[in-house]
Structure formats: C-alpha cells, structure tokens
Design a protein around this ligand. Sequence first.
Ligand code: CP3
Length: 341
Amino acid sequence: MLQNDLLLRTLRKEKVERPPVWLMRQAGRILPQYREVRASVDGFISLVTNPKLAAEVTIQPVDELNVDAAIIFSDILVIPEAMGLPYEMIPGKGPFFPKTIQGASDVADLVYGDEAAQRLGYVFEAIKETKKGLQNRVPLIGFSGAPWTLMSYMLEGQGSKTFSKAKAFLYRHPVEAEMLLDKLTETIIAYLKLKIAAGVDVVQVFDSWSGVLDQDIYRKYMIPRLRQIKEAITEVPVIFFSKGAWFALEELAAINPDAIGLDWNIPIDVARQKLGHDQVVQGNLDPCKLYATPEEVKNYTLKMLEGFGPNHIANLGHGVYPDTQLDTVKSFVNTVKGYKY
Ligand code: CP3
C-alpha cells in the first residue's frame, strides 16, 4: 500500500483534502544532486540506460521537494530508438537523429509493437529499481510521447520551430503517415503495458507538439490514436498532456482520460467552461512564473488553486526550466501542500 496515494485518489475523483503536486521535468537539472550524477556519467543516454542511476535521479525530487509523485527518469525518444532510429543528445542543443524518415520504405523498415517495446528493458529495470527505492512513499508515473510528437522527431530529426517537414508528410504522404502513426500507436501501447507490468502506478502521454497542428488534422489523425491508447490501457489511470491543443479539449475529454494536462495559455475559467468541474485537470502554472520571488510564486500558486477548485492536480503548464531556483520551486510545492479545500 502507498503511504501517500493522494494522486491516485484524485484521479479516481474521490474527495481529497488538497490537490496533489508534482512538476513535469522534476527529475533533472534543477537539482544539484542530479547535476552531480549527470556529471559522473558519459552523457545523458548513459544515465537513461543505467537503471540504478536512473532510479536514483527519479527519487531525488521526492526526497528534496517532497512532491506527491515520482516520474521515471527517461525520455520520450527511447521509442524511436527502439523502432530503429537512434537518437543523440547534443549538449546545449538537444536531441538529434542521424537517420530520419524520408519516405515509404523507411516507414516499412521500422520495428514496432511488442518487438520494439521489448528492446527497452533498461526502462523496465529502472522502474523496478525505483519502486524498491521509493518504498511505497508515493506513486510512480510512467510516460510515453504521443504518436504525433514522436512522429515529428522521426521526420524532423530534431526540435523545430514550425515542424513543417513533419506536417508536410501528413499532407503529401497521408497513407504512409497513417502507417507510421499506427506503428507508433502499437509501440506506445506495448511499451506502456510493459511499464505498468514493471510497476508504474499512473501513465502520462506527452503530446508536446500538438499545438502546431491544424485542428482538422488533429481531429482526423491524432484523436483516434489517443483514443486507441486510452482504450488499451485499462490497468492504471491515464493522463493526456496535449500542449497547445486548447482547440481539441472537448474531443480529448470525450476519450475519457483520467486527467487532462493543460498548458498556461488556456485561461482556467475557459478550461473549466469547456471541460466542466468533474473532469480532473492537471497544470498549468507558466514555468516562467517560477522566475519570480518565492513570495510572488506563492500568490500565483494560490490564484491557480482557487481558479481550478477540486478535481485538480497542481503542476506547471510545461516542464520546469533548468535554470529555475530551488527556493521558488519549493515555494510552489509547499503552497500546494499547505492548501486546504
Ligand atoms: O519529467 C521528468 O522529470 C522525467 C524525465 C523526462 C525527461 N524527458 C528527461 C530529460 C521526461 C518526462 C522527458 C520527456 C520529453 N523529452 C519530452 C516531453 C515533455 C516536454 O517537455 O514536452 C520531450 C519533448 C523530450 C525530448 C527532449 N529530451 C528534449 C527536447 C530535450 C532537450 C531539451 C531539454 O529539456 O534539455 C531532452 C533532454 C532531456 N530529457 C533532459 C532531461 C533531464 C536534459 C538532458 C541533460 O540532462 O543534459
């Protein structure tokens, strides 16, 4: 039994004493303890593929920040790698894929589904190590990129301002694009199921680049695959975070996810109008607000909590930035922890 199951109770829509709190990207560069471990290994991927160290940095924010959940230290890019497109992490720049999808034969060559997911044994080992280390203190969140966000890296080969190469593929090669999205969806489902079997208590699907898509495209290509993922994952609660997809909130809600993650661009009252008060939502403080003073952060956080009311998981609207001061992160977390409905 978990000692702190506030996140799970919230996801079950039980009446809770306060919102649970965690931060996207909490396992990472905001913590000096993380930077120390990171400096001791040869690159980000060495850390991701080392279950003992991945477990250690997953648990660090639970110890240091006292958050209500851990999120497994890994990356969404392990899926493209398992499917046959390895990534590199270039210091100061971000992800880079030496090989990308150029056309139909590249899509046909991809390994997918259970066969691809089985290649990610180091993630499942890291989950088992983390569960041991956490000793049931808080739930562990597993995650995956969504089909579109993973597809965009497989076509662009790196981050992009416009994602126009990846979007072009949807318009010029719709048949191959659907084939790619289907292979990704099957792999994501198999991967999440193996993560659940290894011990994660909740899963979050990151659709980080959904905001660049036209709403008709999102409705036609992405919503059905997100639905497929939600329908396949029956074992644990599912959180969808579709950044920038304010236009698709009602359609996302119709998939019936256990929670919907919101970014800071959607006003809280508009989100509640669209989703109602029964939908569990997660978010949505602008991560840049953590550049303010701890006292100001407290006020911003209280305003957010008041705005959402119950059925809310306190979080940021996107990942915490690496140069954020720890005292403001702690102010955010402690304000939520001291709050009472
Ligand atoms: O949330 C957590 O604390 C768990 C760890 C986690 C990482 N990546 C570790 C990481 C998670 C959940 C991710 C997901 C991820 N990775 C996403 C979706 C979430 C989002 O922010 O939208 C995306 C788009 C990626 C791809 C990725 N990985 C990028 C663009 C970068 C470079 C930019 C950056 O933030 O540094 C990474 C690298 C990465 N992933 C780091 C960490 C801690 C930094 C690498 C380092 O330590 O040098």
